[in-house]
Design a protein around this ligand. Structure first.
Ligand code: PDD
Length: 277
């Protein structure tokens, strides 16, 4: 693991119980995917990290750290060929107080790897079944903070109901998945995904995929869409660093299209993986 400037073994990686990441969820994070030992969309993830830090006024100068070198060392030392890297920066440790600590309190910075099969994920063959649930997260979902309890609870609710995940909704309008961006392909072949703002995370995979789709001649519409529009769509899918492009085949018990992963979705999944390689 990388912790505050050093590479240490997992059982030697300790943080204070006063860390504000622990006491106030006062921390931001990134998840990078690694394929064939290489990080996908590295620059876009670093740019989002810097934005999250700035929005939270956490004083970690990401540009001053050789993050490319740190991540490369983690990949090498852990023999990671395929999987993810988790990176977190908290506001650091200080006596418990709602007010931020004095300037100069060093942020707590760490990163670790997780090996897992991303390309050969069996879910890509069967597709995800999802439920919709009210979006009860805070109002700055564009910042990638570690306040993930509601997403965690909704994933447990999906699991208890025998499905794979949840799409969060405001009224009947979809914001995003618990840990992915939500997309549909309309019957006239347009890719529709929610427009950016404070209500969703600006997904790095979403951004890459919009580029890839446009390059292959697909019209992309960034706008709100309802549960009913998604259920009546030709295809549906989610995007995230760890799932890439993952087909959705059922929403609230109703099949999308013929109930199998869509052809356009699978073509986009392949195009995304090719771009990553
Ligand atoms: N989740 N929306 C939310 C709420 C997310 O947590 C994520 C990522 C995304 C997709 O963003 P990206 O394409 O940059 O991964 C959208 C990561 C994977 C996680 O928390 O593990």
């Amino acid at each position: 693991m990388y912790l505050n400037g050093d590479f240490v073994a997992e059982d030697a990686a300790h943080v204070s119980i006063f860390d504000r990441g622990l006491l106030f969820a006062d921390a931001v994070y990134e998840v990078f995917s690694v394929l064939a030992g290489r990080i996908i969309d590295h620059a876009a993830h670093m740019a989002r990290l810097e934005r999250s830090l700035a929005e939270m006024t956490i004083a970690h100068d990401a540009a001053a750290t050789d993050w490319a070198g740190v991540l490369a060392t983690l990949i090498a030392r852990n023999d990671l060929t395929e999987g993810t890297i988790y990176l977190q920066v908290s506001r650091g440790a200080a006596d418990r107080d709602f007010l931020f600590p004095a300037p100069g309190t060093p942020p707590t910075v760490f990163a670790f790897t997780q090996a897992r099969a991303l390309v050969d994920n069996p879910m890509a063959q069967r597709g995800m079944r999802i439920l919709t649930r009210p979006d009860r997260r805070w109002g700055r979902r564009d910042i990638k903070t570690v306040q993930l309890l509601y997403a965690s609870m909704m994933k447990m609710e999906a699991r208890a109901a025998g499905v794979d995940d949840v799409w969060l909704v405001e009224g009947d309008v979809i914001t995003e998945g618990t840990s992915q961006n939500a997309c549909i392909i309309t019957r006239n072949g347009h890719l529709v995904t929610r427009d950016l703002g404070h209500h969703i995370l600006p997904g790095v995979t979403r951004l890459s995929l919009i580029d890839i789709a446009r390059q292959s001649g697909i019209t992309v519409e960034e706008r709100p869409f309802t549960i009913a529009e998604a259920q009546g769509a030709a295809e549906a899918f989610v995007t995230s660093a760890s799932l890439f492009v993952m087909p959705v085949v059922e929403i609230d018990g109703l099949s999308i299209g013929d109930g199998r992963p869509g052809m356009e979705t699978m073509a986009l999944r392949k195009a995304y993986i090719d771009h990553a390689r």
